[in-house]
Unconditional design. Structure first.
Length: 134
């Protein structure tokens, strides 16, 4: 069970992210670990795009940087960057096949859920950009 608190303005934004996380969990159950990890990248991209149209994951990183005090916001944004890189790696050919294990896929899903929850907290409690979809 994942609890994500959000206001009316963020309702569709987080419903879509949660639906994608559910799909990722279904893919783990089906043994499709790489696809599950790829879904997490979609969650991050969608969350950023829905937060600020056209900015993708950068909008999500900016939300963390703007909402958390000092260096902490940059560290959260760094986690978003690293998680996205993990998710992208499963879908690119780097000369050797890369396959995520069940444990890795579950870890990436959990971190994605936590980032989504934290983004919801920040989005509900911080002033948002005027270009946000609403």
């Amino acid at each position: 069970v994942l609890e994500v608190q959000y206001g009316p303005g963020e309702r569709e934004y987080f419903k879509r992210g949660l639906a994608l996380v559910r799909e990722a969990r279904e893919k783990v159950q089906a043994g499709e670990y790489d696809d599950a990890v790829g879904q997490c990248r979609k969650v991050l991209e969608a969350a950023g795009h829905e937060h600020e149209t056209g900015k993708g994951i950068e909008a999500l990183k900016e939300l963390f940087e703007r909402s958390a005090n000092g260096r902490r916001g940059g560290e959260y944004a760094g986690i978003v960057t690293k998680l996205k890189q993990l998710a992208v790696d499963a879908h690119h050919d780097f000369g050797a096949p890369m396959t995520y294990s069940r444990a890795e896929a579950q870890f990436i899903i959990r971190v994605t859920e936590s980032l989504l929850s934290l983004a919801a907290h920040f989005a509900a409690n911080a002033p948002l950009s005027t270009t946000r979809r609403g």
